[in-house]
Structure formats: C-alpha cells, structure tokens
Design a protein around this ligand. Sequence first.
Ligand SMILES: CC(=O)N[C@H]1[C@@H](OP(=O)(O)OP(=O)(O)OC[C@H]2O[C@@H](n3ccc(=O)[nH]c3=O)[C@H](O)[C@@H]2O)O[C@H](CO)[C@@H](O)[C@@H]1O
Ligand SMILES: C=C(OP(=O)(O)O)C(=O)O
Length: 435
Amino acid sequence: MASFKVTGSRQMKGEIIPQGAKNEALQILCAVVLTKEPVTIHNIPNIRDVNQLIDLLGDMGVRCTRMAESSVKFDASEVNLDYLNSETYKRKAAALRGSVMLLGPTLARFKKGRIPSPGGDKIGRRRLDTHFYGFMKLGAKFNYSQEEGGIYEVDASHLKGAYMLLDEASVTGTANIVMAAVLAEGTTTIYNAACEPYLQQLCKMLNRMGAKITGVGSNLLTIEGVESLNGTEHTMLPDMIEIGSFIGMAAMTQSEITIKNCSIPDLGIIPLVFQKLGIKLEIRGDDIYVPSQEHYELETFIDGSMLTVSDHPWPGFTPDLLSIVLVTAIQAKGTVLIHQKMFESRLFFVDKLIEMGAQIILCDPHRATVVGLNRQQQLRGIRMTSPDIRAGVSLLIAAMSAKGTSIIENIEQIDRGYQNIDTRLNAIGAEIVRL
Ligand SMILES: CC(=O)N[C@H]1[C@@H](OP(=O)(O)OP(=O)(O)OC[C@H]2O[C@@H](n3ccc(=O)[nH]c3=O)[C@H](O)[C@@H]2O)O[C@H](CO)[C@@H](O)[C@@H]1O
Ligand SMILES: C=C(OP(=O)(O)O)C(=O)O
C-alpha cells in the first residue's frame, strides 16, 4: 500500500491541464469491441482503472497499439471469447467498475456476455439491475450465479429493439444498453436514460462508427439498429471531476491557478456550484482561472435559508464532486448542508476531517453539515487512509491546506482516477511525496 506524505500550507501558482475523463474512457474503451475495424482513441488518461481495462482488452485478444503517449489504436478483429471463462478474467474484471460495460458490446457482437461482480469504489450498494433489465428487454437471457463469487451472464441468439423505461438513470447501465442496442434489429427507445457528457461522447462516437442514435444529450434515446459498425477516431473530453477537484483545491489552499482547456460547455452546472460556495472563477476562453482567495462566503438561498448542495443525475450535480464540495466548504464563511442522495457510504470519511479540526456534523449516512471556519483556524495534519477515490482527493485537499504534515495511506484509490497527481501538483508548488 503506497502513501502520500503531504506538507501543508503550500500555495500553488500556475497552469494545470486536466487529464482525459476517467468515466468516459471506461465506456469508450469497452465500445472498441463492437467493431472489427480499428478504433483510435486520443487523450486517454494514464490512470489505474483505465490501464487495467486496456490490459483486459489485450488479454481478450484486442490488439492495442500505442500511437502516442495518450493515444492507442485498438483492433478487435479477433476476440478470444474463451478468455471470459478464465480465472484471470474473473480476477482482472472484478478489479474495476468499468469492466461491466464489456457486457453490452460482447452481447451485441458475439451474442453473449459474462462478468464477475465488478469492483470500483465501496461507497454503498451499487446494483446492476438496470443493466440486465435493459438487456432482457432486448431479448437476452440473464443468469446470475452466486456460487462463483457472483457471475453475471447474458446471452441472446438475436437482439431485437424494444421500448424501455429505466427504473433509474444509471450511467454505466445506459452505456451498456446503448452498446447492445446499436447492433440489435429494429428500433430501441430508452427513456430515463442517463445523459452525462460521458454518454453523449459515447453516442457521438458510435454514430461516427455508423450507429443511428438520436436524442443524444437527453433522457430519451432512440436507436435504429444497424448490421455492423466501422472504425473511427475519438478524443476524450477533459475530466470534469478533476477540474472540480482543482477548483476546490485552489480555494482551500489560497492558490492561484489556471485550469487549461476545460471544455466549458460540457461542465454543466459544476462551475456554478463552486461559485455558490463563494469561490471566484473567471472563464477565460476555454480555461478557468481561480484567483488566490483569502475568504470565500457561502451563498444562501433567495429566502435566506441555508445552502444545500446535493447530487442528481445529469444535468444535475454529479455525486462524484460532493466530497470535494464538502471539503472545500471547511474554510468558507457560512454553513452548508451536503446531501449525498445516491450513495449511502460516501460521507463516512468526514471523521478524518473532524479529527483534523473541521466543524462537520454527520447527520446520517447521506447528509453532513459543514460549518465553515472562515480561516479562523487551520486544519492540522494527521495520518489517514483514503477510503475511495473522491474521498481520497478530498483528504489530499484537506492535507494540502493543513498545518504540518499529513500521511495519506491507500493512495491506490486516488491513482485509480487521478493521473500522476503528486507530480502535477508539485510542478505548481505543492509538496507531496509518494512513499
Ligand atoms: C465507472 C463510472 O462511470 N462510474 C460512475 C457511474 O457509476 P454507476 O454507473 O455504477 O452508477 P449508477 O449511475 O448506476 O448509479 C449510482 C448510484 O446512484 C443511484 N441512482 C442512480 C440514478 C438515479 O437516478 N438515482 C439513483 O439513486 C443508484 O441506485 C446507484 O446506487 O455513475 C455514478 C453516478 O453518477 C458515478 O458516481 C460513478 O463515478
Ligand atoms: C465512483 C467512482 O468511480 P467507480 O464507479 O469507478 O468506482 C468515481 O469515479 O467517483
């Protein structure tokens, strides 16, 4: 288990370029299995989850040729389906959440899919019902065997388009169903589809490959099935969660940073939520400039009541930034209620922040109230463990703003989603040592 030793009270100054989006990459990489023709992907983040998925694709027989540092050409003309029955596949696929999206493409192209219970953050129940509901609507048979530690299987001699109303707007679920439906016979209509930029990007790429998807960006997708898909090129968007993390980090550490090439229109409500925390942001072309701010004051609602920040399916606020908002509020002036509606175990990390001196009341597993310190008191460095990817970065932000030194253990969680975060932040003035 690796750790970060973080020396606090360092202010950063300079430019930082966000990596390619983790959650988009996981969808896009799975989609390469849909075609026999080469697909070249650019702006691939060099992070654990993505590298593990590329490794898995390679094991399946997909030829992966690195064209440049962040560009890879994938050739899935030959795929070894027997590999899906191997112990290695079980072990490797179970190591990340994104592997679940191999189900839709293998089902569509090879009539079957198999996946162990996927990994990813342990942030509460993470059910997969929506995925299988969709596959079954398309005519697939579903089997779940608990004996082997949880194996999900789908098979279909023939997929046929159908109307479906999803019980929830699942991000990976929608991606999976879309990837199965593009090669199904006839028309599929998915209502209550998730519509995050990750999915918009996936649908745009599939359309470039010859798919016929309309309604992209909305919660009503219509897909006319086609016989086969051709190759394409695709460039990943900048990671909006990383961009949000940098904004929070700058505010907490009184740093002056410019986040380059943010693809602002794809950030949705994210900048607005940080502005509600009182953080000044300047949109300069496609960059976000965050000035060094001694004080930032939380807004209240129009009627004067206390600010609440909660998650919601897109275009609402992404749950992946709530931990960052929570930690950023620690040095604000005012009080905010953080309401994590989707996940039931994502706020428990606040006990570490409280130990560091933050004023937080964990009301229940879904809600925490942060009473901002308004820099009257600095957090103090402690030893802590990163429980999940976003809590991990939140703890890093807290440590960077604290007095003294902190140790953050289990940084593999952070490495799942943030590319060389220590090196990139050190380049603009942070002091983080990887132990
Ligand atoms: C690899 C990947 O892309 N992971 C992301 C993906 O996970 P993932 O696709 O696994 O998450 P889902 O969208 O399926 O749902 C996440 C959780 O929210 C609940 N839920 C979902 C939709 C809804 O309308 N109401 C609701 O309560 C679900 O029951 C589940 O507990 O989307 C999540 C929600 O944005 C993000 O946190 C994850 O980072
Ligand atoms: C929860 C997340 O990731 P995963 O779904 O891969 O666990 C995340 O990216 O915040």
